[in-house]
Design a protein around this ligand. Structure first.
Ligand code: AMP
Length: 421
């Protein structure tokens, strides 16, 4: 894609002569929310973080946390739209001397959910990039419009600043056609851009690299299965730093059992629900995306609550847990076969980082594959990447906390950093 005009020529004189710009603001804009973090790229440290939610409602909430000292601040008051939300965020940042007008702000990095086949790398945003993200709306009707609103609002506030789109799909664009294509009529698939795009790519990229680092190896020398288990969940097979398969597909509905999504299912269930159940397309969409997975199976989607119920002998929670683990094991086995040789399996995100029983159950019985979990190591909690496999294990099993904001900021800064030097 075409590059943004050089920021060095776009910036006013007083800004150009200012000290090195090393801060990156990361924005994650949803349909009614904006999450943000401000990072200092000299060391990746966080200066501030926050969230605006319920945008457009009477009870909009802004929570801002300065991370260089000071208490969190919270306000509940109507925030009409994304523009008002971003202005409110800018005002909060300014109170801590971190305003968006600061010459130390190098760029804004935006999380964009769908980059299709076009965007294989982070991209400086210009009109043609905006047009392409817009063209992808039919394959990401919920996410891309919200991401675009966030980008346009931020561009209006700081038109002189480089703004970078970091795509959730980009890491998966290296998948071979054999993994990316569905076995349906090629002409129909191409006409409607139906293929497996994959999501959570920023997390899979970060975690696969961090896992190689934990093993003391270069990313190109290791094969890793990454299990991103949050409320949304996906697995990926990463060979030598490049994704070769992932469990989410055209949309984030495919693959693992998730908090509220079904994951893999016979597509004929949909025809059956329409023909026999009399359900509409929208009703089925809601059923599979919001009322399925763990919450559909047992009424809870929080793994802490499910484990508490399992420990109390609750049968429905036990079955939900078993179905979740069964699917996870199937993907571990499948990606083991896809990769041929596996150096590490990395658990990440809310469930993967915190739920020791999930890690233990997912790996149990896979000793023939060289996989095992040491229960003492598995019980240790912490924020750092760590091994939970026994010392002599053939394949490392690791817990590697993900950091999508740091990855977005790093990719953004790498792209624009040289213009500030
Ligand atoms: P994420 O989408 O990555 O923020 O993950 C959110 C999910 O992580 C929640 O819905 C919980 O199921 C799970 N989770 C968070 N903390 C814990 C914990 N301490 N133990 C088990 N599961 C947890």
């Amino acid at each position: 894609m075409t590059a943004h005009p050089s920021p060095a020529t776009a910036l006013p004189d007083e800004v150009r002569s200012a000290p090195l710009a090393t801060r990156v603001l990361v924005l994650n804009s949803g349909s009614s929310s904006v999450k943000y973090q401000l990072l200092d790229m000299r060391d990746g440290s966080r200066l501030a973080a926050g969230l605006v939610e319920r945008i457009g409602e009477e009870t909009s909430r802004l929570k801002h946390t300065p991370l260089t000292g000071g208490e969190s601040r919270e306000q509940i008051a109507p925030i009409a739209d994304h523009e008002a939300a971003l202005k409110a965020v800018a005002a909060e940042l300014a109170k801590d001397g971190l305003g968006l007008d600061s010459p130390e702000l190098a760029a804004i990095g935006h999380r964009v959910v769908h980059g299709g086949k076009t965007f294989t790398d982070p991209t400086v945003i210009d009109d043609s990039v905006l047009a392409e993200i817009e063209r992808l709306i039919p394959v990401a009707p919920l996410h891309n419009p919200a991401n675009l609103t966030g980008i346009r609002t931020a561009m209006a506030l700081r038109p002189d600043l480089p703004q970078v789109a970091v795509f959730d799909t980009a890491f998966h664009t290296t998948m071979p056609e054999s993994a990316a294509r569905y076995a349906i009529d090629v002409k129909t698939a191409d006409e409607h851009r139906i293929r497996r795009y994959g999501f959570h790519g920023t997390s899979h990229a970060y975690v696969s690299r961090a896992t190689a680092e934990l093993l003391g190896k270069a990313p190109q020398d290791v094969n890793v299965i990454v299990l991103h288990l949050g409320n949304g969940a996906s697995a990926s097979a990463v060979r030598g730093g490049r994704c070769v398969d992932t469990s989410m597909g055209l949309t984030p509905l495919e693959g693992l059992v998730m908090g509220t999504r079904s994951g893999d299912m016979d597509p004929a269930v949909i025809f059956h629900l329409m023909r026999v159940g009399g359900m509409s397309t929208d009703e089925i969409d809601t059923l599979l995306n919001k009322k399925s997975g763990l919450i559909g199976l047992c009424g809870d989607n929080d793994m802490r609550e499910i484990r508490r119920r399992v420990d109390e002998g609750d049968e429905r929670a036990r079955l939900a847990f078993d179905i979740y683990i069964h699917r996870l094991k199937k993907y571990i086995g499948a990606y083991y076969a896809v990769l041929g040789r596996v150096d590490a399996i990395a658990f990440t995100a809310g469930v993967g980082e915190n739920a020791a029983p999930v890690r233990e159950a997912a790996i149990a019985g896979l000793e023939e594959l060289g996989l095992a979990v040491d229960s003492d190591l598995n019980a240790v909690r912490g924020d750092e990447p760590r091994l939970i496999s026994p010392r002599d294990a053939r394949v490392a099993v690791a817990v590697v906390p993900t950091d999508e904001e740091l990855e977005i900021a790093t990719q953004t800064y790498a792209l624009v950093g040289e213009s500030n030097a």
